[in-house]
Design a protein around this ligand. Structure first.
Ligand SMILES: [Zn+2]
Length: 452
């Protein structure tokens, strides 16, 4: 089911004068801020310091690591003039912040006592996408959080990768977004990294990369001369890791993975409106019912709760809020007031429950929310698992392309890979263990699919 345009415009507007740049609106920002808060708290608990770097990067700094710039050079926006002057040095709008951050790391890191050094920032980055842009999924400006860390040795860097995996996985679990972590093949890793891990989810059969973690080893620290003096007074290069989830893509996943025929659904913590109170009004009792409902709203004001006092019929209000993913509806009319109860309806199952007014409190709501979230993740995982396939021939791959993640065997010969890549992208490779579906020779377990 497609999401109504009318509802999408409450999240973003992509009619801005620059293609691929959109305006985030209230509902989107509620979700994004919530994700950002959780992520930043967990990164800071794990020892990251918040930073905010300038958006501009001088050309010579961006070009310092040769593989890195090769990977980004077709996508960089350049500032070449300021006022009436042509700039001596071109300035790039950051496509990502490894180069500026590592310029400063080389000043900040002196001794082994300065390590580990971990920083993170939530910001916008800019890439001149030449592929067709798509709101939240492929834009020329996108919101993310990026983390950058420096370590004494490869073991510490590996431990950091494991720690970040846990932080990202926890966030995705809270968002009820199913995912797989793929080790990207050599030809698709981050420019300058020794390896890249990517979090992939599935939307309508196509694969969406929502976060990545890169182990950069010493490549950047050598290019940027980030070294430290160890306990014996020897100078050594640091080991670097960097990582980031895209808030836009996480939002796109939320909007698309949980929706049903009635409209949007959200994990309760992220719903722009968590609870809606709908008064069931009859002529004579209007004020009494409204007052009763206002009290409910007051009692539950730690949630994002709306009392719909509009003139619409109750049925129209139900429909309106279901579409927007208000995860709990509380109804109250004259009869409920007399019985001192409210009717509570879950957005996910539409199940009704009658609750005594004095038992309606935050704890009760959180209990229902927990159950809704459990149902949401179970439903999403079921759908996700139904999109995991195996294929033993190119024809099977062709038939399954665009339906999900396909496991195949693939050898390292370029001709086998090129043939497969006519139909799908390689998402991840593992160790040997499966015969190549192209040539029959020994190959590696390989995950493929059509990507956004
Ligand atoms: Zn082969």
């Amino acid at each position: 089911m497609e999401i109504d345009d009318e509802i999408l415009t409450e999240f973003y507007d992509n009619r801005y004068a620059i293609q691929g740049m959109l305006i985030y609106r209230k509902s989107a920002l509620i979700v994004v801020r919530e994700m950002q808060k959780i992520l930043e708290e967990n990164l800071e608990k794990a020892g990251h310091e918040p930073v905010l770097f300038p958006v501009l990067i001088p050309e010579d700094i961006l070009k310092k690591e040769s593989e890195h710039i090769k990977g980004f050079e077709t996508e960089v926006f350049w500032v070449t003039e300021a006022g009436k002057n042509k700039l001596d040095k071109k300035l790039a709008l950051r496509p990502t912040s490894e180069t500026p951050v590592y310029t400063m790391f080389s000043l900040w890191i002196r001794s082994h006592k300065d390590l580990p050094m971990k920083v993170h920032q939530s910001c916008a980055v800019y890439r001149y996408e030449t592929k067709q842009t798509r709101p939240l999924i492929r834009g020329r400006e996108f919101l993310w959080n990026e983390g950058h860390s420096a370590f004494k040795n490869p073991e510490d860097a590996e431990n950091n990768v494991a720690e970040i995996r846990k932080i990202y996985s926890d966030l995705l679990n809270m968002l009820c977004i199913p995912y797989r972590i793929h080790r990207r093949p050599e030809w698709d890793k981050f420019p300058g990294a020794s390896y890249t891990l990517a979090y992939d989810t599935i939307i309508d059969g196509k694969i969406l990369q929502i976060a990545t973690i890169h182990n950069l080893s010493k490549k950047f620290s050598e290019a940027f001369d980030i070294n430290y003096e160890d306990e014996e007074g020897k100078h050594k290069f640091v080991h670097l890791t960097c990582y980031g989830p895209s808030f836009g893509r996480l939002l796109a996943s939320l909007l698309n993975i949980h929706k049903d025929d009635a409209g949007l659904k959200f994990p309760t913590n992220f719903a722009p409106t968590q609870i809606v109170v709908v008064p069931i009004l009859t002529k004579g009792d209007k004020e009494e019912v409204l007052n009763y409902c206002r009290k409910i709203k007051e009692k539950l004001d730690k949630f994002r709760i709306v009392l719909d006092e509009s003139d619409k019929t109750p049925g129209d209000k139900f429909y309106y809020w279901e579409k927007r993913g208000a995860m709990l509806r509380i109804e109250a009319g004259p009869r409920d007031i007399k019985n001192n109860v409210v009717v509570v309806v879950r957005r996910d199952t539409k199940k009704k429950e009658i609750i005594k007014s004095d038992e309606l409190n935050s704890e009760k709501i959180l209990e229902i929310f927990k159950d809704i979230d459990k149902n949401l993740i179970e439903t999403a995982v079921k759908k996700f698992n139904a999109r995991l396939f195996n294929a033993n021939s190119v024809d099977e791959v062709k038939n399954l392309a665009g339906k999900g993640i396909i496991t195949i065997g693939l050898c390292e010969k370029e001709e086998c890979r090129n043939e497969i890549e006519n139909y799908v992208s390689v998402l991840g490779v593992e160790e040997k263990g499966k015969k190549c579906i192209m040539c029959g020779k020994e190959g590696r377990i390989t995950y493929v699919g059509k990507t956004y």
